[in-house]
Design a protein around this ligand. Structure first.
Ligand code: SAM
Length: 201
């Protein structure tokens, strides 16, 4: 049974899934991508991409020499993304139905930049960090960047209840255990922060 929260979040009793939700109404994808530092030729992973609006925008940033893996556990989201990719004639996005807590069908050390937008707090809430972050570490290149976009703890703002939101310093502490260190921390719009991390491999 699903418990529905405010826009932008949806948590099942056992496992968070946020089925079909998108943050596109209150996040500017171009701002996220510019601040993440994604560039021409990059292999970019959008982990928990939802409807894939950030992946669609990233297509222009990585260009023809780059590639985007848009991964989500929710088949309907990936199906609608596939249709949008076809409609727009895009050829550098690979949509993947995948469970980040299990295995993403990407080789070891392949990804230059992994964005996880509005998904991390759910993994924290459901004690799925070990599985999910180990998988991100596996696919990232040794000099790869992990870009964590999350909701700030602001009353009456879009997103999950304040109790499940994760502050940047808490996120950093959790991620240090997996070998990450902070590269940068920025605001994105009014409601989000973007924490950039790199591996200490
Ligand atoms: C709140 S939505 C965010 C979607 C998108 N990143 C955005 O910001 O618009 C969370 C997304 O994470 C996906 N998700 C949750 N658990 C997942 C898992 N274990 N593996 C892959 N995707 C997952 C959900 O299906 C959903 O699309």
């Amino acid at each position: 049974m699903l418990k529905l929260f405010k826009e932008g979040d949806c948590i099942s009793e056992k496992k968070h899934t946020h089925h079909g939700k998108s943050s596109s109404k209150f996040i500017d994808a171009e701002e996220v991508l510019t601040k993440s530092g994604v560039k021409e030729g990059d292999i970019f992973l959008d982990a928990g991409c939802g409807d894939g609006y950030i992946s669609l925008a990233a297509s222009k940033f990585v260009g023809e020499s780059g590639n985007i893996y848009a991964a989500d556990i929710y088949e309907d989201s990936i199906e609608s993304l596939k249709q949008e990719i076809q409609k727009q004639g895009i050829n550098n996005i690979s949509p993947l139905v995948a469970d980040i807590t299990s295995r993403i069908p990407i080789a070891n050390n392949e990804v230059d930049l992994c964005l996880m937008a509005n998904v991390f707090h759910g993994f924290v809430e459901n004690n799925e960090l070990k599985e999910s972050i180990s998988e991100i570490v596996r696919v990232l290149k040794p000099d790869g960047i992990f870009a964590l976009l999350e909701f700030k703890k602001i009353e009456n703002s879009p997103g999950p209840s304040l109790s499940v939101r994760v502050e940047p310093d808490e996120a950093l502490n959790l991620l240090k255990k997996y070998g990450f260190e902070q590269v940068n921390l920025e605001d994105v719009g009014k409601y989000h922060y973007l924490l950039l991390l790199k591996l200490n491999k």
